[in-house]
Design a protein around this ligand. Sequence first.
Ligand code: ARG
Length: 578
Amino acid sequence: MADPFISVAERLAPAFAAVAGGACDPVVRPSDRADGQANGALALAKKLGLQPREVAQQVLDAAGDVSDMLASTEIAGPGFINLVFSNTFIAEQLSEATHNPRLGVRASSDPHTVVVDYSAPNVAKEMHVGHLRSSVIGDALVRALMFVGHTVVRENHIGDWGTPFGMLIEHLIDMGEDNAANELGVGDLDGFYKAARRKFEESDEFKGRARARVVMLQGGDEDTLRLWRTLVSESTRYFNQVYRQLDVLLTDDDLMGESAYNPMLAPVVERLREAKLLEESDGADVVFVEGFTNRDNEPLPLIIRKGDGGYNYATSDLACVIDRVERIGARSLLYVVGAPQAQHLQMVEAVARKAGWLPEGYIMNHVSFGSVLGADRKMLKSRSGGETVKLNALLDEAVERAEISVAEKNPDMSAADRTAVATMVGIGAVKYSDLSSDRVKDYIFDWDRMLSFEGNTAPYLQYAHARICSIFRRAGIDRAAIRDVVPTLVEVQERDLALRILRFDSAVWEMIDTLGPHKLCTYLFDLATDFTSFYEHCPVLKADNDAMRDSRLALCDATARIMSEGLLLLGIRAPEQM
Ligand code: ARG
């Protein structure tokens, strides 16, 4: 069982192969003229030096009886094969999908371990909207990859090491540990960081202390480490608040910050030296990789160890590749990181490949994304106009705003229900507006649009789901019982909806293959749209007879299940009432 377009392509493939004398892709696509169109005969005819229509006919002859799947096949135009699915086939497939634990989505044919590196904010620094995007996109990918059977390891590569910790620890000491912990624990990471920075710039005495502190930190001084741990734990406490509010899967178990790789940095240098990749440049240990140049077109090195003996961000990322491949046993490494780090990641990958740490067949993929812009198309600003948007305040605002629209839509809902629903709608709206546009592009953060009950928004999809739940509630019908009904597809809207439901498989796979959650969003929006026209044209509870009513209820149930499962794969909850 699979998307019918895939099933029919698989069914026709042997016929194409027989005519071609070897493997040949039928190339089936949805079409306006029929359900689908197989275009493979055109290329094949060229290869064989025959008439395309003749080749198409040979293919159909070779395919034999396909009536269990197709109601009609017709050769059209310059040799297309138009395909119309039989209603019985669609109905049977739908019934099978609703009894399948993955609702008809194919399992991976190559399940393996995938590391998803996402979120990754920096300790004692405000999480910015880029970290929000990474968290939301990464989490959706994690869920989809797990759904099809991969073993997924989440890693939160927080920035918890490096020279800034000297000044941060000294500032912590100046403030008094308790005061500092309070400020950090409530999420005023930015104020803390900026104050430390200011002192560092203004006072030589402070600068001196900060530098000495870095040395102590790197030297493993117990008391310094304890202070460093305070900074880390107060910051992660704040990150966790945001994660819970945002409803992503990340927990402390997923923390694997830069500091975790400290013991592996010296071996990275050793292994690079053994592989004869290490060179010296201006006193630093570097690796040159082909294809990377600076603005003046000079070869650009990846700096592994600076002249002062300190290691770099790149060094810990190399250790990280080794760890993921050799310890975790991952075959795919996904980095959900903003576009500005593209070159860094490309260089890390190039060096890892050259050193043999990423063997052939192992994937390192930068899941890049654009910026979040305000309505003025500039970088998003906070409510108070400040430059950094506090994520927890942003998420609170989403829920507050959703609460107002939920109250308008359903004034009779109890206060407790309203808060629960508003949380799902508000957070869902923020996540969906991020996920529904192509991730590589910038997107505009627009409260009114994302919270609208119309258009390609979370509330629209959630509402379609809630409406179906309410049909069952009103009629007092058990949804599980209706699942055994094989629908009868009479009206075109019933048939379109059924066929759409069956395309969930391809939608999930397209999202995975392109690492693009917006593919699934577009599908869910189409599903909601098809459901709306079905519901307008086909009375359900007032259907002409019981059989018709049950058949339509089965379509409603399947739609709602795909909707809530699809939203869940995006990390969004679907309330049962709105
Ligand atoms: N902490 C970094 C930042 O905020 C992102 C880390 C991404 N992951 C990695 N393995 N480099 O920009």
